[in-house]
Design a protein around this ligand. Structure first.
Ligand code: HEM
Length: 471
């Protein structure tokens, strides 16, 4: 027994000595040893997944941030991960060292959207596609969409007029879907639009379901609907090819594009990017618009200020017998601040995922190759150091610009949202019609937030709307 103990002690001392010598050698070579960030890796294999999913994700992140600081490790969904809750760290991953961190998504989701969608990629292909998408989302392109967005918004809202309860999130999804279609295809024939809508909503439903591909599951139905979407898109693309491409919408940009070797995009690449844009655009914008309805409802004084702003615009449009125009949307400073504060409070994309493509050192910590890296936007937006009284809905805080890299509702760097201006335009137009033409009462029985994965008020914010008389 004593002999075994002595051997064990000698072994341990040798190990300690070996590690000491190795560390000294690295230090003398100028390679100080980096260590993993602090944090808990939880249980073997499942890690901290159960903790993350059994509580409000904000609690999960902020309790660890309090315990371990602004960079900490964890293990979720089978992946060792490093979470980053400081503006500098987010900038490091998304901007300055973006080439060392590639976008990463579960393969089940990649299969549904389509593997050629730009946000799954890094490098030349991503840059090429991003330029095309940015061109069709530029201010010059979207300002022409105002009359159509205005018309489709009033048409959807008109169905709320009678005071019956509607699911606000579902209604906002109808609007953001139509805006997505408009930006992608211009004015699309009704038969195509209806077919796309039917199948897209099945894919959308399966996207956040458990990815098990057996008959009857939402995931299987989504895969089948995705195939039908490819067929419909291929019909539209062929028709557009025949018509010669004079339009300036996204499909035209994609069809006209040639790379340096003169290669055009394949129909599959075009289809995957169309579905990808719809995914990126629809639920995010609908969720933000749902929160606007809630925050204005909960802050009557603010609602009065917003109403006054829109009354003045309505007077302008009525006097000149005009429809709402781009220049009217530039005269909504209070509403604009409401939108920014909504994006901060709700933090629609709470965090994003990247994967380290090499061992990376950050502030003396090692982020090993293959680990997931998650900049936590919501934690930064809710940090009292950057936003005083962060739980208070206070649009006036945006009278002063936030400190650099502390406000990233649309991300940052090479993958930052190219649709941010369109999303804000949509929110301005929806708010204009909401406060000018409706009063509303939220009839939500349950408070709280549902993450699906974007944060939405419980039950999609059931609300009664009444159209107010215009006299
Ligand atoms: C309130 C609404 C929206 C929010 C909060 C939002 C937020 C974001 C964020 C945070 C990212 C970066 C994700 C990352 O770095 O991993 C992103 C990327 C993206 N968004 Fe948005 N988005 C919104 C609306 C839109 C709209 C309306 C469109 C298009 C019409 C759009 C298209 C995209 C695309 C294509 C990307 C990927 C860009 C790339 O990888 O280069 N988004 N969005």
């Amino acid at each position: 027994m004593a002999v075994t103990l002595s051997y064990a002690i000698i072994f341990l001392l040798t190990l300690v000595w070996y590690r000491f010598v190795r560390r000294q050698k690295k230090i003398s070579q100028g390679k100080a040893e980096t260590e993993l960030p602090p944090g808990s890796m939880g249980w073997p294999y499942i890690g901290e997944t159960l903790q993350l999913y059994s509580q409000d994700p904000n609690e999960f992140f902020s309790s660890r941030q309090k315990r371990f600081g602004e960079i900490f490790k964890t293990h979720i969904l089978g992946c060792p991960s490093v979470m980053l809750a400081s503006p500098e760290a987010a900038r490091f991953v998304l901007v300055t060292k973006a080439h060392l961190f590639k976008p990463t998504y579960p393969s089940s989701k990649e299969r549904l959207v389509g593997p050629a969608a730009l946000f799954f990629h890094q490098g030349d292909y991503h840059t090429r596609l991003r330029k095309l998408v940015q061109a069709s989302l530029s201010i010059e392109a979207i300002r022409n969409l105002v009359p159509d967005i205005d018309a489709l918004t009033t048409a959807t809202m008109d169905s709320w007029r009678e005071g019956h309860v509607v699911n606000t999130f579902h209604e906002m999804k109808k609007i953001s879907f139509e805006v997505g279609i408009l930006m992608i295809f211009g004015r699309l024939e009704a038969r195509y639009r209806e077919e796309l809508k039917k199948n897209y909503f099945i894919v959308d439903n399966g996207y956040n379901s458990f990815p098990i591909n057996i008959p009857g599951t939402p995931y299987r139905k989504a895969l089948q609907a995705r195939k039908k979407l490819s067929k419909i898109l291929s019909d539209i693309i062929n028709e557009r090819k025949e018509k010669k491409l004079l339009e300036k919408d996204l499909v035209a940009c994609l069809l006209n594009s040639k790379d340096e070797q003169g290669e055009v995009l394949t129909d599959d690449q075009i289809a995957d990017n169309i579905i990808g844009i719809l995914f990126a655009a629809q639920d995010t914008t609908a969720s933000a618009m749902t929160w606007i309805v809630k925050y204005l409802h909960d802050n009557p004084k603010l609602l009065e200020a917003v109403k006054a702003e829109h009354k003045a615009i309505k007077r302008l449009t009525e006097e000149s017998n005009q429809q709402l125009s781009w220049s009217h949307t530039r005269k909504m400073p209070t509403t604009y601040k409401v939108i920014l504060e909504t994006l901060r409070m709700a933090s629609i994309i709470s965090f994003t995922f990247r994967e380290a493509v090499a061992d990376v050192e950050y502030k003396g910590y090692l982020i090993p190759k293959g680990w997931k890296v998650m900049p936590l936007f919501r934690n930064i937006h809710h940090n009292p150091e950057f936003f005083t009284d962060p739980q208070k809905f206070d649009p006036w805080r945006f009278e002063v610009a936030p400190k650099p890299n502390t406000f990233m509702p649309f991300g940052s760097g090479v993958h930052a949202c190219p649709g941010n201006e369109l999303a804000k335009l949509e929110m301005l137009i929806v708010t204009h019609h909401l406060v000018s033409n409706f009063r509303w009462e939220v009839v939500q029985s349950e408070n709280g937030i549902h993450y699906g994965p974007f944060p939405v008020p419980m039950q999609g914010l059931p609300t009664r709307f009444w159209k107010e008389s215009t006299t």
